[in-house]
Design a binder for this molecule. Sequence first.
Ligand SMILES: Cc1cc2nc3c(=O)[nH]c(=O)nc-3n(C[C@H](O)[C@H](O)[C@H](O)COP(=O)(O)OP(=O)(O)OC[C@H]3O[C@@H](n4cnc5c(N)ncnc54)[C@H](O)[C@@H]3O)c2cc1C
Length: 378
Amino acid sequence: MAVSVYSTEHEIFRRSLRAFLAREVTPYYQDWEEAHLPDRNFWRKAGPEGFIGAALPEAYGGPGGDFLHHIIVAQELGACPGAETAGVLLQEDLPAFHIFNFGTEAQKNKWLPRVVSGETVLTVAMTEPHTGSDLAAIRTTAVRDGDEYVINGAKLYISGGLIADLAIVAVKTDPAAGAKGVSLFLVELDSPGITRGKPLKKMGMNAGDNAELFFDNLRVPSSAMLGREGGGFGVLMSELPRERLLIAVRSLGEAQRAFDLTVEFTRQRTAFGSRVIDFQNSQFVLASMKTDLAQGHAFLNQCIGQAMAGGLDNVRSAMAKLWITEMQGRVMDQCVQLHGGAGYMDEYQISKLYTAARVTRIYGGSSEIMRLSIARSI
Ligand SMILES: Cc1cc2nc3c(=O)[nH]c(=O)nc-3n(C[C@H](O)[C@H](O)[C@H](O)COP(=O)(O)OP(=O)(O)OC[C@H]3O[C@@H](n4cnc5c(N)ncnc54)[C@H](O)[C@@H]3O)c2cc1C
């Protein structure tokens, strides 16, 4: 039998997070969907319980956990009914690590305790109306003026764009320098010079907000730069393996949940005098899905082990994101099919899982960008 990498303390954390999500997400996600916005109080409750920035050290207000706590958050979000439609919940861990790894002591002391407590909701704003995959092509500029920078431009699709208080914003400080001209700023989103658009209507994940942000002569102090001037691309790339792994972990959790729901549904549903699960077609489809899921779990466990040992590279994490999110898409599609018309109805979880899953092959680097990364290693 495989030895679990999770300690008793990890399992206690998992159980209390699972109970918290069942209490604070599942009863409310339909209200959030109507508003296209989650309740801001979710973060104020999650923070004091130690669920935000769980891997951050105590010196910055964190509970002092490790990367496995971070993985558990993704696993439990994947397993929680309703969380699939609220993609923005507990997504601070990665950007908080950008601040932890690249911030000045003053930035870390100012922001990390507030993020961990839930007082400050943090997001990342890179994508723009004309570019997403090609980050080096962003056009938002930051021009130095004395001890300040003046930011002009726009960002699109930003998760938490309406609810967040602070964003790590990617800009060009040297528009002629390509990737080497990209810098990052910690931007307080209620500053004068920022306008937030309306919540964007999406095919799924409507309990989470995505919005456009406009910067019109926004002034930020030079002390708000995260990392060095021109070093923004490197900061964002440094956390790519973890980001891709976390998307894969959550996606696998959602695929597993879709499978479990479908087994339950086909056991109950009858057609032509038989249970749907007893048709050979249903059994073959479920058998193939079960095999896919087992492969996903095995590969992810290997990647998690490598990440814990500090050896997870861009290529393997790209392989994990590519394969698992593509597999998730196949599984969701087959699960909807086995639900029949019910699978198309919002009142069945599978319908929301299906639409939420469509984005995992697009954001955090699309499947094509994953293939590019993998191909470069060949
Ligand atoms: C729900 C949601 C939440 C998001 N949250 C955020 C957020 O919080 N912050 C943020 O900054 N962004 C966010 N995004 C943006 C997301 O990261 C981008 O949509 C994604 O990176 C793709 O960029 P794009 O939409 O500009 O597509 P494009 O880059 O224009 O790509 C269009 C198509 O071309 C393909 N393509 C691009 N380049 C190549 C190539 N070299 N070779 C082959 N094919 C290629 C792509 O794979 C895709 O199929 C979010 C998006 C969504 C939908």
